[in-house]
Design a protein around this ligand. Structure first.
Ligand code: UDP
Length: 229
């Protein structure tokens, strides 16, 4: 199966540590398990452990678009960290960036991505979509559609899937096992940003939301929450 895994920048960090060996090793081990099972894997990584556009925008005269480009560059940094870590664990990996930087990594060429994946290499999409005013959630949905992934797996820190409210703040939050993308949008559930959910809804992409330590079990119906169209 062709799977695209979305990991937020915070999924690489722990407390004050921007990059935690424990988190990196957990991601690498789980990706290896999926590869060993014969799945093809691509990955989108966020940048939230380093910079988010919205946090910088308006400060020190930085405008929103510039702040977003800084956020995109943060995702490239995360992708490079992941690549070297994966390679150290014998996972053959390529970084494919939406912003050209030939000395650093490959630029995004869709057919090349497919070829890498068919050879068992993990492709990490960096720099999001290369456009400000978007997030790496939108990138994860768009790239899933473009490479024909059967499922987008979104890993979340500290939660097992989708809830009716934030389970860290509301003890009455209920776990939602199955939901449609339309309902996620209508109920304004904080799963992914709205443009990402809208794109998934229009194109019938299946999304699985799992805890960050259950990525390798994403295909197990017992695990996580599923968003269907
Ligand atoms: N970003 C962007 N366009 C994209 C992807 C990302 O402008 O296509 C910027 C945006 O500022 C975002 C930052 O990169 O805040 C980091 O990505 P994101 O917030 O999605 O990371 P995550 O929350 O998943 O760690």
């Amino acid at each position: 199966m062709k799977l695209l895994i979305k990991i937020s920048g915070e999924g690489l960090s722990e407390g004050q540590e921007k990059f935690s060996e424990k988190m990196l090793s957990s991601v690498a081990e789980q990706v290896k398990t999926l590869l060993d099972q014969g799945h093809q894997i691509a990955l989108v990584v966020g940048g939230g452990n380093l910079f988010r556009g919205k946090e910088l925008s308006g400060k020190l005269s930085i405008d929103r678009a510039t702040a977003d480009y800084i956020g995109m560059l943060a995702t490239v940094q995360n992708a490079l960290v992941l690549r070297d870590y994966f390679e150290s664990k014998d996972i053959s990996t390529r970084v494919s960036s939406a912003i050209g930087m030939p000395q650093v990594c490959e630029e995004y060429i869709p057919k090349r991505t497919l070829r890498h994946m068919s050879k068992g290499r993990v492709v990490i999409f960096a720099a999001g979509l290369g456009m400000p005013y978007f997030s790496t959630d939108s990138c994860a949905v768009q790239r899933s559609l473009e490479i024909g992934a059967e499922m987008l797996v979104m890993a979340k820190n500290g939660v097992e899937g989708i809830y009716s409210a934030d389970p860290k703040k509301d003890e009455n939050a209920e776990f939602i096992k199955h939901i449609t993308a339309k309902e996620v949008v209508e109920r304004n559930l904080k799963v992914a940003d709205l443009s990402a959910m809208g794109l998934a809804k229009e194109n019938g992409l299946t999304i699985k939301i799992v805890a960050s330590d259950k990525i390798d079990r994403a295909l197990d119906p017992e695990v996580g929450s599923t968003i269907e169209s």
